[in-house]
Design a protein around this ligand. Structure first.
Ligand code: ATP
Ligand code: AH0
Length: 369
């Protein structure tokens, strides 16, 4: 039955992920419990902020102060992204119920009981005059969970099908999947690296931020012995719940396995295979009955990667989430708009069966307008 009246329920979702490419902002409407993506805006990081955020992923001098300053700078960029988004949408800030602000992950150590997403939500509330919900992951970790991935609850709400077993795969800096069987519980976990090693190797050797369409990787030949070595990383075989980040998968990790004899293009081809293998094995080992795989995140634009994934999974249909009505570039930011609404409504945002938390929890902290 429809409620007696309905009104738009506008939320903003903000995501700046492990790829460190920039800020994704979306305006969503959840009127009548539907999920509609209305507008989107991407703002790339300028080089200085990108370099500083990357540096803050590892221990360094004076990092407390630098982290606080970077959080302030990031929040000013978030506010600018929201201003552009609302301008495009011709919507006043007063019409937005809340901003779901993921922040910038610079450490993710659920094993040590913490995760850090840089942001200054108080400054963001001050600059936008909109309620901000932030720090979504800490409560799940406090409840014994991984604090990630959090998007599976949103994937379940938006993409489940009564008969088809669907898997949603996000290929961002890290790749993560959500398995949505028609019956039975949702499964979700990080699969391993998505684009972040491919990006780092491309930056090192070509001076470009990423390998467009996977063309450089496609020009090389995977090195079987290197791939075998990389796959000995225990994260790949570990059972879910599991999550990871730059704390593990970074250039230092890769360097342990490299030999000066390897041609850079062949290493890139091997890194592409590593991403493919991480995703394909996760699906084959944990989502056996799945017939449909939908891709989102920037990796969905990497033609070479998608081609190899299709070869590795010949028995499933692979398509972008655009085929389910949501542009592959905006799924994560959309999820954080949805998670903010869950929080304001006093509803849980995590799925304990995914993160391993002791129970369902209302996530995040609310900063009034
Ligand atoms: N045309 C393309 N060809 C190859 N790779 C691409 C292309 N477009 C985007 N990408 C990759 O996608 C990345 C950005 O992906 P995305 O925006 O999903 O990352 P993210 O938000 O940081 O992700 P996450 O939080 O899930 O780790 C880029 O760094 C690049 O590696
Ligand atoms: C700690 C952290 O920021 N994790 C991110 C990251 O990027 C992809 C993958 O690793 C996923 O676990 C998560 O993001 C998405 C939005 C999530 O929580 O579902």
């Amino acid at each position: 039955m429809n409620p007696p009246f309905s009104a738009p329920e506008h939320y903003v979702g903000l995501m700046s992920g492990t790829s460190l490419d920039g800020i994704d902002a979306v305006l969503a409407d959840f009127e009548n419990n539907t999920c509609k993506l209305l507008h989107s805006q991407f703002i790339p990081f300028d080089e200085a902020l990108r370099v500083e955020l990357l540096a803050l992923n590892s221990p360094g001098p004076n990092e407390l102060e630098r982290a606080a300053l970077a959080a302030n700078e990031l929040s000013r960029r978030y506010a600018a992204a929201i201003q552009a988004l609302l301008g495009k949408a011709e919507i006043q800030a007063t019409k937005v119920k809340a901003i779901g602000c993921h922040g910038q992950t610079v450490r993710h150590r659920p094993d040590l009981g913490f995760t850090i997403q840089l942001a200054n939500p108080a400054l963001l509330a001050e600059l936008t005059n909109i309620v901000v919900v932030a720090d979504f992951r800490s409560r799940d970790i406090a409840a014994g969970g991984q604090g990630a991935p959090l998007v599976p609850a949103f994937h379940a709400a938006l993409f489940s099908h009564p008969e088809h077993h669907r898997v949603i795969v996000n290929i961002g800096g890290i790749s993560n999947l959500t398995s949505l069987p028609p019956r039975g519980s949702v499964l979700g976990f990080d699969c391993g690296p998505g684009n972040l090693l491919l990006d780092a190797w491309t930056a090192l050797h070509l001076g470009q931020p990423y390998d467009k369409d996977g063309a450089w990787a496609a020009s090389g030949h995977p090195i079987p012995e290197l791939l075998r070595q990389l796959l000995t990383e225990p994260f790949f075989a570990a059972p879910p719940p599991k999550s990871t980040g730059r704390d593990l998968f970074n250039l230092h990790w890769l360097e342990h396995f490299l030999s000066p004899d390897f041609a850079p293009a062949d290493v890139q081809a091997t890194l592409l295979e590593l991403t493919v293998k991480g995703i394909a094995s996760a699906i084959l080992d944990h989502c056996g009955e799945a017939s449909e795989v939908y891709l989102c995140g920037g990796g969905a634009h990497n033609g070479a990667l998608v081609r190899r994934l299709k070869q590795a999974l010949p028995n499933v249909n692979i398509a972008p989430t655009d085929d389910l009505g949501v542009n592959a570039d905006w799924v994560e930011a959309f999820a954080f708009a949805w998670l903010a609404r869950q929080t304001l409504n006093g509803n849980a945002g995590n799925l304990p069966e995914v993160t391993g938390a002791k129970g369902a929890r209302v996530l995040g902290a609310i900063y009034p307008a």
